[in-house]
Ligand binder design. Structure first.
Ligand code: DLL
Length: 432
């Protein structure tokens, strides 16, 4: 089932023509209305009228999160505030937030694109959708809310937190679809168990999860424990929020809404395009945004494009699940390590709970990584021998996957922090 079949199954030639036309109008819009872009284009002697091929995209300058911060709060808006009907912001980790705006039309487009993703993930107007993303400046709650309403589903705007109440409402309101971060879905699964509720007595069928990286192992765990089909969806506030890309029920890569977003994958060091299908940093140009168009935004997210045709019939290109952000990459004794690699190994090992934390310290001249892993009570209170066997097994698997040795520590169930929004699993104590 498609939401907008005319676009979701459009042939490549027609799609590229549409992208080119929309790119041309976006470039004109930013050149005319945003001094930041006009200055950059003038410096590089770029005339929006000269754009006659999508290949010309490479001539355009990149935009970064710093550019957004330097133009805080409204400097990159392309319409006067009187035309802006919504403002969102992302706090980021380093202080100054990035602010984005939407016109009435942008909100309409956003709702439609989220509706596409919800439809691809199995949702229809017959569903009761519990939105457990935060509502507020974060785009997750409102973005999914508007998309679900657009479909005509019954929306429960519960927001995140108060997990026991989430479960009670899920039970009483007969929720069929859960929408939140994957780590919150796990916490909800734990809480259902703790409350002694039989999962089969609930009405849950689908889960749409996003806003943070998660592994295939985590998907399997969530699917089994909540007895649902779980799909991944991706987006970022600078570009729109949720609605940029999402999986269909094939659950093998996220279809990108390419008629609204032009994507490139570049080597984060050279900024040159990677070989087709290669892993690199995703760069996005918006094609239809009115209030906050953005040109070649460096997302910092690592992924690869999957140009093969998908069995669902959508022709929109897929991207692989996001492995992590370039700025989340840990460099341990010169080796690049992504938290997601550690998660993938842990989820593959019997006896561990799906909760972990990664601690990075500098001991003397060396970086030292300790992975804390929760284990079931049976194992935690088991004889030392079994525990040390498990520590050995996890250590060996991690070092063969990562190429460096790490310390492993088993901790008792429920000792590590739980997350109602995006998880923070890495504690980096090194001071650079
Ligand atoms: O997280 C938008 C969103 C809300 C997407 C709800 C999906 C669902 P930001 O807070 O601006 O926006 O954070 C964007 O989160 O650059 C990625 O690093 C990460 N991210 C988002 N979705 C995924 C995903 C929202 N499915 C940043 N897999 C992005 C991995 C994701 N990382």
């Amino acid at each position: 089932m498609y939401w907008e079949p005319e676009y979701e199954t459009m042939g490549r030639d027609e799609l590229e023509q549409l992208q080119l036309e929309r790119l041309q109008s976006t470039l004109h819009r930013v050149y005319l209305n945003v001094p930041f872009y006009r200055k950059k284009f003038d410096e590089l002697e770029i005339d929006p009228d000269d754009f006659t091929s999508l290949k010309d995209l490479r001539k355009l300058p990149f935009t970064t999160k710093d550019d957004l911060r330097e133009n805080y709060p409204y400097g990159l808006f392309a319409v006067p505030l009187r035309e802006v009907v919504r403002i969102h912001a992302s706090s980021g980790t380093t202080g100054m937030s990035t602010v984005v705006g939407y016109t009435k039309n942008d909100i309409k487009t956003w709702s439609n694109l989220v509706a596409r993703i919800l439809t691809a993930g199995g949702i229809t107007k017959d569903d009761v959708v519990q939105i457990a993303f935060g509502y507020g400046l974060f785009t997750g709650g409102f973005g999914l809310h508007y998309g679900a309403e657009r479909i005509g589903a019954s929306v429960i705007p519960i927001s995140s937190g108060n997990t026991r109440r989430q479960v009670k409402i899920m039970q009483d309101f007969k929720t069929t679809a859960l929408i939140c971060t994957p780590s919150y879905a796990l916490l909800i699964a734990d809480t259902i168990q703790e409350m002694g509720i039989n999962i089969n007595s609930l009405s849950l069928k689908y889960g749409l999860f996003g806003a943070e990286p998660w592994s295939e192992g985590m998907r399997q765990e969530i699917q089994e424990r909540l007895k649902i089909m779980a799909t991944d969806n991706y987006g970022l506030s600078e570009v729109m929020g949720p609605g940029v890309a999402g999986e269909c029920l094939e659950r093998n890569g996220l279809h990108i809404n390419e008629d609204h977003f032009l994507v490139e994958v570049v080597d984060p060091n050279t900024l040159e395009p990677v070989a087709p299908g290669g892993i690199g940093e995703l760069v996005i140009t918006t094609l239809t945004k009115e209030a906050f168009p953005i040109v070649r935004f460096r997302t910092r997210d690592l992924t690869r494009l999957m140009p093969e045709q998908c069995a669902c019939g959508r022709k929109l290109m897929r991207m692989s699940r996001v492995m992590g952000r370039t700025d989340d990459m840990l460099i341990i004794r010169g080796v690049n390590v992504f938290p997601s690699q550690i998660e993938a190994v842990l989820f593959d090992i019997e006896g561990t709970e799906p909760h972990y934390q990664i601690i990075v310290e500098r001991k003397g001249a060396l970086d030292d990584v300790t992975v804390l892993v929760e284990v079931s009570e049976a194992i935690f209170f088991d004889e030392m021998k079994k525990q040390s066997e498990l520590v050995g097994l996890i250590g060996r698997r991690l070092s063969s996957e990562l190429g460096i040795s790490v310390d492993v520590k088993l901790v008792e169930k429920k000792t590590l922090e739980r997350f109602e929004g995006k998880a923070k699993r890495v504690i980096d104590k090194r001071n650079f």
